[in-house]
Ligand binder design. Structure first.
Ligand code: NAD
Length: 510
């Protein structure tokens, strides 16, 4: 790959052209290739762990503990447990390797099994037929007619008889992944694993606001992955805009709603499908707080964008005290707290507190240090609902606590706001849990924990409404970068002439 300035002069036309050529050659569809890419990602995490800690500390002041938990550890969890390993085993089970038809492999081995109807072939053989549906040749038709018809109506409508229908996932082609600065490793590697498992050629555009991490990815991804099919393009908004001039087969964008809108507009020119993982709030309803359970308060401090609690709860006074104590316990050393990204973000956050009504609601913290780019974790009690801190994304260590009359009112409160990425709730009340699930809309709902849903690959991760659209993680990442091609295989055995002219009344009444 040429340097970014050279490529920029060419507007990235050559880069995209080269990748399209590689994709069209069929190289990335090959099962062995996909497995080798996923193994490369695993090796990268194993061999470069310390380097990753270093760049995350340089860019974001992240402690290695936090970096391990949120980025390396999460990716390792995926690797060793279900995500990358899932890719590997699902793409390469022995029964599947013996197949000649590699494109069927993800389907047959799990990642499409809902669509494939695994019982189908066996069921047909039992009836003395073949997968193609030519079972009537060997089967006394009347003996089996009832079961055949019920089987057919469940799988393929009578109009297509005799046939089988199924779904084959195919790679989309050449895809582009934009990531942002706050999780600059995880938000690249997780979608990248899905794009590679699905057999695509990929361009990764890391955030320029995490420059050391961006340089690390640019230097290392080509060493661990196929450099002809995976490219890293570094740079800022201008580079992103130029990339978006081209036709992609899919764009996954993680970042702000402002830029997400621009990405979608540019993608529309080429009818490029997009997935947007956008900025949002993650409110937490606190119905039950156990004063002996520190972990609950830990979650509030580290993962939620606001807390909703009920009036006259006997725990209300202790909740603030518990939060204060936990914050003190969390950050006994300055290096335990990530710094704010840059002066611009520090100013954005201090502006949120500049409103006098908001400043008056601060019950803990509120101090900024421009020299160290740090903000004391801050608790605010009932800031005005029309203030910027309640209407804008916060994305910093400021936690508003809002009091509602009854805890059920928090549902009405959430419904009056844009749909969040996640809703959390601490409660033992099953009725409340069901109401939250049924009556609110959000990317995810988690009870009695927070952020942990991000680490699960058994459920999809993504937003809804203002928090974006398109879901990934685990097999959902594979699906995000695949097209589910509908396939119908029909036999020449029987023709239903009533489907064609010349029309007559008898045929229509059949
Ligand atoms: P951003 O929108 O400024 O940038 C994201 C990416 O887009 C970067 O790679 C950037 O270089 C590129 N970009 C910027 N301007 C562009 C343009 N005009 N054209 C093309 N590309 C452009 O976001 P950020 O400040 O890096 O990230 C913070 C945001 O990301 C927050 O809003 C946060 O909530 C959100 N976020 C969302 C998720 C999620 O999964 N939903 C996860 C983490 C962060």
């Amino acid at each position: 790959m040429g340097s970014v300035p050279e490529e920029m002069a060419l507007g990235f036309g050559d880069l995209v052209g080269d990748l399209r050529e590689v994709y069209e050659s069929g190289r990335t569809r090959d099962l062995e290739w996909r497995q080798s890419q996923l193994r490369g990602l695993v090796r990268l995490l194993e061999e470069k762990e310390e380097d990753i800690f270093d760049v995350l500390r340089e860019d974001l002041g992240k402690h290695r503990g936090e970096s391990f938990r949120d980025e390396v550890g999460f990716s390792f969890l995926c690797a060793s447990n279900e995500c990358f390993a899932f890719c590997l085993s699902n793409l390469g089970s022995p029964s599947v390797q013996s197949s000649n038809v590699t494109i069927y492999i993800p389907l047959c081995s799990g990642w499409g099994s809902e669509e494939v109807r695994r019982g189908q072939a066996a069921e047909l053989q039992e009836l003395g037929g073949t997968r193609e549906g030519m079972f009537l040749l060997n089967t006394p038709a009347w003996r089996h007619s009832v079961s055949l018809l019920s089987w057919l109506s469940a799988h393929t409508p009578l109009v297509a008889f005799p046939a089988t229908a199924f779904v084959v996932p195919e790679p989309l082609g050449v895809v582009l992944i934009f990531s942002c600065w706050n999780l600059p490793i995880g938000l690249v590697l997780e979608p990248l694993s899905g794009a590679l498992a699905a057999g695509n050629a990929v361009v990764v555009k890391p955030s320029e606001l995490a420059p050391s991490t961006s340089a690390f990815l640019a230097a290392n991804l080509p060493k661990y992955l196929d450099p002809k099919a995976v490219k890293v393009v570094e740079g800022g908004a201008d580079v992103g805009e130029r990339l978006m001039e081209h036709r992609w087969d899919k764009v996954l964008f993680t970042g702000s709603s402002r830029v997400g809108r621009m990405i979608m507009t540019k993608a529309a020119k080429h009818l490029t499908p997009v997935a947007l993982e956008l900025g949002s709030k993650c409110p937490c309803i606190v119905d039950w707080l156990d004063s002996n359970r520190d972990s609950q308060v830990h979650h509030l401090c580290s993962s939620c964008s606001s807390v909703l609690r009920r009036q006259n709860d006997r725990n209300n006074a202790s909740m603030i005290e518990m939060l204060k104590t936990t914050l003190k316990k969390f950050f006994t050393k300055p290096e335990y707290m990530s710094r704010i990204l840059n002066e611009k973000h520090l100013k954005r956050l201090s502006d949120l507190l500049a409103d006098r009504r908001v400043a008056a609601s601060v019950v803990h913290g509120g101090h900024f240090n421009p020299k160290t780019l740090t903000i004391e974790p801050t608790l605010l009690l009932n800031p005005p609902l029309d203030s910027d801190i309640m209407t804008e994304e916060i994305f910093g260590p400021l936690l508003p606590i809002i009091t509602v009359k009854k805890i059920e009112d928090s549902i009405t409160f959430l419904k009056s706001k844009p749909k969040p990425l996640a809703i959390y709730a601490f409660t033992r009340n099953e009725k409340l849990k069901n109401r939250i699930i049924e009556e609110t809309s959000s990317g995810s709902v988690t009870f009695n924990d927070a952020i942990v849903q991000y680490g699960l690959d058994s459920i999809p991760f993504g937003g809804v409404g203002h928090s974006g659209f398109g879901q990934y993680h685990g097999k959902y990442s594979f699906e995000m970068f695949s097209h589910k091609k509908a396939v119908l295989k029909r036999s020449f055995l029987i023709e239903f002439m009533f489907r064609y002219p010349p029309w007559d009344e008898t045929k229509i009444s059949m």
